[in-house]
Every structure is written in structure tokens, then in C-alpha cells.
Unconditional design. Structure first.
Length: 243
């Protein structure tokens, strides 16, 4: 049986999912820096014939990815700003530097939230904030540090602060070093996100990325939360090229 493969090579993790007839299989994830070897191992672990591979890659050059994966499928799509899409994102700016992950997620938003002005927050290594209007046009967005990157920066650029992950609950004002770090980073991100929401009160708010659910119930606003908006965008592209 033929199947398709969705590949999201992010800054921290590479994710691989087999995708067939509208259904995603088990998520394969690796933090190994050799993403290409990991992807090849996942493909070789199945007896399925791979038809189309759709790749979002923000970590490395696409050349080694192309060289390794093109012989393993019938069609390889390395997503970038020139890739024809089922929804015209109508870039009103020079999109040459636009990351493939942001394109895929914006496509998923435009496809799933037709007729709505949207802000998509992607909580990953970076916090990306992207605007998609009711016509499905991607207007651009902003980038700042994600939660774990902020904790890492506090550790690496100071002499004594430890690297931590936040506690599930902590007071709004820290009384210990780790409590102060947790409160500072988490509330800093919350205030940042709530600032956007307050400025654009009529927009639909979408959270995605690895830390999206951590923040979804801490925001006093109705949000749509999913961890895999990039993969959903890649699935839409796979269906489009299958037709």
C-alpha cells in the first residue's frame, strides 16, 4: 500500500508522521541533530511504499534533505515561499526569508478558519505570532524567544542561575530563585500574548506548538489549541498534490 510522509524538521525536534487517506499515523520524534538519518530510519521501518513526502525544514539547508529523500519517494515537496498551495496566502511582502513551518501553519489556519481574522501563536523554541486575515492572506508576524529558550538564556548568560523547567503551579511573585524564574518567564509570556489579544479583540486566537497546552488554560481568553498545526498544514499540501 502507498502512503505519504509528513516531515517537520524544527529547531529542536524532527517529527515524522505517515499520512494516508486523511489519517495521520503514530508521531515519530527525535532531538538527534542528524535529522536526515532519523527520517530515513523511519521510512525504512515500514513496508509501505512512500508516494509523496512533504517537508518543512527550518534547521538545515534543503540540499542534503533532498539528496537523501528524493530516491525514497515518488514526489518530494520541500516547502518554501515558492511552493504552489491549495490556498493562496497572498503574501503582501517579500517572503523569501519566511520559514517553512510558518507557511505550513498559516496554510492550516487559512484552511480551517475561513472567513475569520486570526492570530496564530506557536509556542516552540521560538514564540512566533502570525496574522492571517479572513481572506486567507498571510499578513506577516513577529518572533521572540519561546519559554524553554528563555530559561536556557537565564542559565547560560548568568553565573549562578540554574536551568529549570517551570513548576505546574507557582505564586505570581517568586520567593525562591526557581520560583522567581518560573514566574518571570511564564508570566512574561502570558502578558506578551495577552497584549496581542487585547490589541486585536475581534481575532480568532489559535495556539500551537509543544508548549501550547501549558499556556492555553493560563490565558483568560477562548483559544483553539493544537500541538501540530504545522503537520496539519503539511497534510493539506499532501492531499493537494495527491489530487
Amino acid at each position: 500500500m502507498e502512503t505519504n510522509l509528513l516531515v517537520d524538521i524544527g529547531n529542536t525536534n524532527a517529527k515524522v508522521v505517515f499520512y494516508y487517506n486523511g489519517t495521520m499515523g503514530r508521531l515519530h520524534r527525535s532531538s538527534d541533530r542528524d535529522a536526515v538519518a532519523f527520517i530515513k530510519s523511519v521510512i525504512q521501518s515500514t513496508e509501505y511504499e512512500v508516494n509523496t513526502i512533504v517537508v518543512s525544514n527550518v534547521r538545515t539547508s534543503n540540499e542534503p534533505v533532498k539528496a537523501a529523500l528524493e530516491p525514497l519517494c515518488k514526489k518530494l515537496i520541500l516547502l518554501d515561499y515558492k511552493t504552489p498551495l491549495p490556498v493562496d496566502l497572498g503574501y503582501g511582502f517579500d517572503a523569501t526569508e519566511l520559514g517553512a513551518d510558518r507557511i505550513a501553519a498559516a496554510l492550516a489556519v487559512a484552511y480551517m478558519f475561513k472567513g475569520q481574522d486570526c492570530i496564530k501563536f506557536d509556542f516552540g523554541t521560538a514564540l512566533t505570532v502570525d496574522f492571517i486575515d479572513k481572506e486567507g492572506h498571510y499578513l506577516g508576524g513577529n518572533i521572540s524567544l519561546g519559554m524553554r529558550s528563555r530559561f536556557r538564556a537565564l542559565n547560560e548568560f548568568t553565573g549562578l542561575l540554574p536551568y529549570i523547567t517551570p513548576d505546574a503551579e507557582f505564586p505570581p511573585v517568586g520567593v525562591t530563585t526557581t520560583g522567581a524564574m518560573s514566574a518571570g518567564v511564564v508570566f512574561g509570556l502570558i502578558f506578551e500574548v495577552e497584549g496581542y489579544i487585547k490589541r486585536y479583540p475581534q481575532h480568532t486566537i489559535i495556539f500551537t506548538g509543544g508548549d501550547s497546552f501549558y499556556f492555553a488554560h493560563r490565558i483568560k481568553h477562548t483559544v483553539f489549541a493544537t500541538q501540530d498545526m504545522v503537520l496539519q498544514g503539511l497534510a493539506i499540501i499532501a492531499d493537494f498534490y495527491a489530487k
